[in-house]
Each structure stands twice: as C-alpha cells, then as structure tokens.
Design a protein around this ligand. Structure first.
Ligand SMILES: N[C@@H](CCC(=O)N[C@@H](CS)C(=O)NCC(=O)O)C(=O)O
Length: 268
C-alpha cells in the first residue's frame, strides 16, 4: 500500500502526483498543511526530518525526496515508460531532473510564492506569530532567506536573483523544446514532470510575461500540452486549493507592474 504525504500547492508534491497518475498507481492521501505547520508535527518529522513534503510510505518503508520517489514510481511501473529505456537518453533525462533539484527548487518557486502569498498573509500577523513562523524553519539559511523575502517581497535582491535564475532555465527549455513534443522527444518522462511545477508557478505568480504573447513559443506550447494531459488534474487541479491559488493570483495582480519591471530588467 502507498501513502503519500503531500500538499496541494507544493511543487515537489505536484511532480510526484503527476508521476503517480501517469503510472496509474492508487495511493492513500495524507495532506500536510504547510501553512498550519503540519510539516513540524513531531509524528510527521519522524517520517521526514527535514520538515518538508512529499513523503511516500510503501508498505511501511519511507521514501523521501521527490526525485527519489519518482524513480521508485517509474521503477515499480515499468509499463508506464516514465524513463527512457536507452541509458544515454535516461542520463539526459536525469540531467534535467537534477538541474531542477540543484538550481531551481528552493531558489525560484518558493521565493515567488513567499514574496507574494506568504508576505501578504504574514503582514496581518503579530510580531510573536512571525517569530514563531521563522523559528519553525529548521534550516538556518532558509530561515534567513525567508526573513529577507518577507521583509522586501518582489523588491528584494533575492526575488530579482530568482527571476534571473528562472530566465536561465526558460532559455534552456525554449531551445531544448524546439521541434519536440516533450523534453525527451515523443516520450513524456520524469523530466517534463519535474519541470512542470516551476513553469506553473510563474503562471500563478503573475510572471507569465516570460512565455506569453509569442515570447518563448516552444515553452508556451509545451505548457499547454502538459495541461491537457489526463494526469494534470490528479497532479495539480484536483488538489489545488482554489482559495489559495486565487489569493496568490490576486496578490500577483496587485504587484504585476513591479514584477514585470524586474522581469524586464532580467529577461532581455
Ligand atoms: N528536496 C526535497 C524538497 C522538498 C520541499 O522543499 N518541499 C517544500 C514544498 S515544495 C516544503 O515542504 N516546504 C516546507 C515549508 O514550506 O515549510 C524534495 O524534492 O522532496
């Protein structure tokens, strides 16, 4: 039996839910409320000492890290063909996955979300509540980063650096997707599933200028195709908390001018 500890908005959870849906695997769902502090619950921390989602439990065995979880899903469902069978193509696929893990996750989507959503929500909290929120973040570097983002939002250097970083990724994707349906050609693989949530987040955070209106047409077309897949619902929309998404979108719309100014400076 599979049990997935996950969260609706979390990028890493989206990528794992997409792999589960593509593989046709059923699972028991345990939603972890990241805003309410469910990731710090001592029982959950026993499963995931980094206080993060997702975690997959397979017949009592705990698997952490979304990329490792997706490799388990692909390996246990070979018929789903989530990884190219040719070892060279599989290596190329894993380079995309690693690129996202090493350079993009934690340095882009989280920054965009915290600059808008978390910053606006925390604005209404007392100093004590804010300190409790920071104290709950176990990693010191992440704690400092979060403080800076929450202080200055889309005007922070952290935000501008994150935009520069995602522009680099989008340039690579635009080039790689030329004449291709998916990153690995005709086969939809873990690479596409890894990238999808980070493009999606730019859509929800008023940053779609980077691929809209003929800017990066290959990326835009790929994103349209991915949203049409049967697995997109179980990966994203079935779990997306509508209220949170529309809040994120409306915070983004309010700051769209400032956001697009940063994009214009970084995406030349
Ligand atoms: N490397 C980990 C990263 C997991 C991660 O950063 N998860 C985020 C959500 S996407 C999280 O749970 N953050 C906890 C928080 O917001 O406090 C993975 O790929 O599973």
């Amino acid at each position: 039996m599979l049990t997935l500890y996950h969260n609706g908005l979390s990028t890493c959870s989206q990528k794992v839910r997409m792999a589960l849906a593509e593989a046709g695997l059923e699972y028991q769902s345990e939603v972890v409320d990241l805003i309410g502090g469910g990731q710090h619950d001592p029982e959950y921390v026993k499963l995931n000492p980094k206080h993060v989602v997702p975690t997959l439990v397979v017949d009592g065995t705990v698997i952490r890290e979304s990329t490792i979880i997706n490799e388990y899903i692909a390996g246990s469902s070979p018929g789903a063909d989530l990884v190219p069978r040719d070892p060279l193509a599989a290596s190329k696929m894993r380079m995309w996955v690693k690129r996202i893990d090493d350079d993009i996750h934690g340095k882009t989507s989280g920054v965009f979300t915290h600059s808008l959503w978390t910053r606006n929500i925390m604005g209404g909290r007392s100093a004590e509540e804010k300190e409790a929120y920071f104290a709950g973040i176990p990693d010191a570097a992440e704690r400092d980063l979060r403080r800076s983002i929450l202080a200055d939002g889309v005007g922070s250097a952290v935000y501008a650096n994150a935009v520069e970083r995602i522009v680099g990724l989008f340039n690579e994707l635009e080039l790689a997707l030329g004449g291709k349906t998916w990153l690995m050609g005709d086969q939809f693989t873990l690479a596409d599933m890894s990238v999808m949530p980070y493009v999606l987040r730019t859509s929800d955070a008023a940053m779609d200028k980077m691929w809209r209106d003929g800017r990066r047409p290959n990326l835009a077309a790929w994103f349209d195709r991915i949203r049409e897949r049967a697995s997109y619902g179980p990966a994203v929309t079935d779990w997306a908390p509508d209220e949170l998404i529309s809040m994120l979108r409306s915070f983004g719309e309010k700051e769209r001018d400032a956001i697009e100014k940063v994009i214009d400076a970084k995406d030349t």
